[in-house]
Design a protein around this ligand. Structure first.
Ligand code: 13P
Ligand code: ZN
Length: 275
């Protein structure tokens, strides 16, 4: 099958374009990677080039040895993915140590995978293990309202989680584990990848202060939906704070406990502190 005809590639393109339309991907901002299923790799096997040069990942992800990923290219604009997918993205294969990758398809005009490949692959490894193989999508976006909040809220997991949960009743159901915060760090390297993947052991969402967000999920719908829910909640905080500096009423810790019981989600008590 032609790579572009396959459902997983079409789903990837749709998600990337949805992110562009949300305004989360100015210029080349953001990146998206998908761990391809074995049967999906087989369905496009004849279109894959297995002669490419091996390149260092910059870290070691041994549990991902031999896995294939669909990834956005570094410096490529999300706006263009829908019209020139073969120029904007690539399928890569990892070697048997999980230390090198090679390009098997795409990036037809040259280039390399996203500069955040180290973060993506370290997150994939952590989430593949913690989800028993279910999580396949890692998404990084420059979400305007969450970024704005990183200038005014303390950079603490418990503060961000609680404030975001309070803004919409469904939030604790969508991200019951909460969200983690990475303080400002230089992007594109191993240090920020280590810090993010450490948080991903506990959460499906990590905020990069003054930069954006990382989300992990089982498929394109759940991962996009998670990013969208967190960012919408951040937008409500911004709207609320622009009307008045404090809340007249809100969802209380006991309300959250009642919600958790009826919706059958475990909400960690550390987020239900008295303010
Ligand atoms: P890339 O174009 O290399 O994917 O980088 C975009 C970005 O958002 C870096 O954090
Ligand atoms: Zn970024």
């Amino acid at each position: 099958m032609r790579v572009l005809d396959s459902e997983f590639v079409q789903g990837f393109i749709r998600m990337a374009n949805d992110g562009w339309e949300q305004g989360w991907h100015e210029r080349n901002g953001g990146n998206l990677t998908y761990r391809i299923k074995k049967e999906e790799v087989e369905s496009v096997a004849e279109a894959l080039n297995k002669e490419g040069e091996w390149e260092a990942i910059g870290t070691s992800v041994p549990k991902l040895e031999g896995e294939y990923f669909l990834v956005t290219g570094s410096g490529k604009f999300f706006r263009n993915i829908i019209i020139k997918p073969e120029d904007s993205m690539a399928i890569i294969e990892l070697d048997d140590k999980g230390e090198n990758y090679r390009i098997c398809w795409g990036l037809v005009n040259g280039g390399r995978p996203t500069s955040e490949l180290t973060s993506h692959l370290m997150n994939h490894e952590v989430k593949m293990i913690s989800s028993g193989g279910k999580h396949r999508v890692i998404y990084h976006a420059h979400t305007t309202n969450v970024i704005a909040l990183t200038f005014i809220l303390p950079l603490e997991d418990k503060v961000f989680t609680r404030e975001l949960w309070e803004m919409a009743t469904e939030c604790p159901v969508v991200f019951p584990d909460g969200i983690g915060i990475v303080p400002w760090m230089v992007p594109g390297g191993r240090d920020i990848a280590v810090a993010t993947s450490e948080l991903m052991k506990e959460y499906d969402v990590a905020v990069w202060a003054h930069h954006g967000m990382f989300c992990s999920g089982e498929d394109f719908d759940f991962t996009f939906g998670l990013m969208h829910t967190v960012e919408k909640s951040a937008e409500i905080i911004i709207k609320m704070l622009s009307m008045r500096p404090d809340k007249l009423q809100t969802i209380t810790p006991q309300n959250f406990r009642d919600l958790g019981r009826d919706f059958k989600v475990t909400l960690p008590e550390k987020f239900l502190y008295e303010k």
